[in-house]
Ligand binder design. Sequence first.
Ligand code: GLV
Length: 320
Amino acid sequence: MKKLLITRVIAQPVLDQAAQLFDLMIRKDGSGMNEDECAVALSAYDAILPTLGDQFTAGAFQKAQAGGLRCRMLGNFGVGYNHIDAAAASAAGVIVSNTPDVLTAATADIGMTLILSTCRRASEGERMLRAGKWGGFGPKSMLGTEVSGKTLGIVGMGRIGQAVAHRGHYGFGMPVIYFNRSKKDAGLPARQVETLHDLMAEADIVVVTVPGGGPTTKLIDRAAIAAMKPSGIFVNISRGEVVDEAALIDALEAGAIAGAGLDVYEKEPYVPERLRALENCTLLPHLGSATVETRQAMGQMALDNIIAWDKGLEPPQRVN
Ligand code: GLV
């Protein structure tokens, strides 16, 4: 039996199946593994089922190789795998897989949650009510931005971008525009714009859905944020690193944009005090895929890839 490490407690049926097929170790600590812990794990296990927060950096692979690398398979729990240096994994002969598709709907739903909550000032209103500060209905109190009919701008028309566009277009009658590095058919009535600047300037609501990692780091920079309308709403459901968080905070503080809905942050779980102090933001703790159904499906898919590898087959969701 091969030795498998699952780096967090995941859905019980998946753990039960893993326990039947592998010499299984489940890490009970809820926090991510640092580079050194990842290096130790790479030397000690044949396969690992890691997730966000576990730092499988180039350094981790180097350290493990220096001491004798044992691991040949990383079946990541999550579609995003920017916490794994996939090139370093390939160089070390380690296969990496991820969990696409199964979380698309849940993540797009969180995108809509952030759009609606931020535009309609829902979390701000709830904070006020819970603090006992609600003075009653007022014709001019707590006025937000109408969502229906507003122009929705998607940055990155992948699976999740398309699912947000679908919800916005068919559910809320929103004209959809999008920016994507390559020419892409959105699969619904939508217009691809030439530049990120065009997207940021034209959209009423911007939603970022690009994958994290190298080329997209700080894609949404100070200039991109400055291109937004003063009435613009910015939503990020991808990765915190994709956005210049300090520039975003500056814009929100200055009233240069109207609000932001964020599910992800540059240095999770750290969220800057300046951001937490802003009323015009909805701040969620990385809930994109957090439904019982989706998290079970993600665990199953991650394990299925490891099982395929164990049988000598090509892992179906291999990414490197
Ligand atoms: C969650 O953010 C994921 O990448 O699956």
